[in-house]
Design a protein around this ligand. Structure first.
Ligand code: BDR
Ligand code: CA
Length: 314
């Protein structure tokens, strides 16, 4: 199995991504690194520790990352994030607090892991890319060794926080640009595909029937997320499985169609936060990144239900 690190801002769909990873025998989750976005860094860490206990994986270490973009002095959760994920990030579901503590040093953990495991490691980033940018800055060899799948960006469709910017990129456009332009091996799972993979209450009802604490918590938090989508994007008919799709692709890239393209993020002007082709490297035959432009929705949803079902059933 491949070793994996999740870099997450937990967040309901981040929690689903965590469950997807734990329900995938192809992956060995060696650690969780925390970022901010849907919630503050500390809240995300509390959620990760409680969810790892709930999902039967209390041995997985959780590391605290950078609390906000380097270009900012602090970070406040956006009203829309609190509305979609709840004040506590997991749809106001109350989980027993873990007795484990988060460890300092997410950036060093990322660097050490890439140096130790090289091609056997995938980093799946489903929040702002601040920790990855810090790792690139701290270890000049990091980028050439790292394999990263990100949930973020929007290449062929509009953004979700502005007509051009997606939330994870928008929190720290400079960090995402650093990652793309570092030459690291990056697979971008953006809104292009994640807004096609939709979950409904019919799906969550299947978990509820299992009756375990994990199944009920997963159903409750996901129903909260679906309800938020019913208010903010009723035309979709379900909630977007953004972060789990990134894990899905880390397990099986054939779930999506990947367009090889050297990417960058607009970091200046009105379109700050837009993911777009890097004009400097557009004709370079070496493509270090690729963007998902189509997804096999039925196959992904079936994989998703199987893998979450494994975690929910225990
Ligand atoms: C991304 O933003 C967050 O709200 C979600 O967890 C996901 O990572 C979608 O734009
Ligand atoms: Ca997220």
């Amino acid at each position: 199995s491949k070793k994996a690190i999740l870099d997450i801002d937990t967040g309901i769909d981040d929690a689903l991504a965590l469950a997807y990873a734990l329900g995938s025998p192809e992956l060995e989750l060696i650690g969780v690194t925390t970022t901010y976005g849907n919630v503050l860094l500390e809240t995300g860490a509390v959620n990760d520790l409680a969810l790892l206990d709930l999902f039967g994986a209390p041995e997985v270490p959780v590391y605290l990352g950078e609390p906000h973009a380097q270009t900012k002095d602090g970070f406040e959760v956006l009203e829309i994030s609190a509305f979609i994920h709840g004040q506590n990030g997991i749809g106001e579901v109350e989980l027993p607090a873990s007795e484990s503590k988060a460890l300092p040093g997410a950036v060093d953990f990322l660097i050490d892991s890439v140096n130790t495991h090289g091609d056997d490691l995938v980093i799946i980033a489903t929040g702002p890319m601040t920790n990855l940018s810090a790792a690139i800055a701290k270890d000049p060899s990091f980028a050439s060794k790292a394999h990263v799948v990100i949930m973020g960006g929007a290449l062929t469709v509009p953004g979700n926080v502005s007509p051009w910017a997606e939330a994870n990129i928008n929190q720290d456009p400079d960090a995402a640009n650093d990652l793309f332009r570092s030459g690291a091996d990056v697979t971008m799972i953006g809104l292009d595909v994640t807004l096609q993979t939709l979950l409904t209450k019919k799906h969550t009802a299947q978990w509820r029937e299992l009756g375990t604490p994990a199944a009920i918590a997963l159903a409750d938090m996901t129903d909260y997320y679906i309800k938020a989508y019913e208010t903010t994007a009723p035309h979709l008919g379900g909630c977007g499985l953004h972060d789990p799709l990134a894990v899905g692709v880390a397990v099986d890239p054939s779930l999506v169609t990947l367009l090889p393209i050297n990417l960058k993020v607009d970091i200046e002007g009105e379109t700050r936060g837009r993911t777009i082709g890097d004009e400097v490297r557009l004709n370079d035959p070496v493509r270090t990144s690729r963007a998902a432009v189509a997804v096999d929705v039925d196959r992904f949803l079936s994989e998703f239900m199987t893998r979450i079902g494994r975690v929910a059933a225990q």
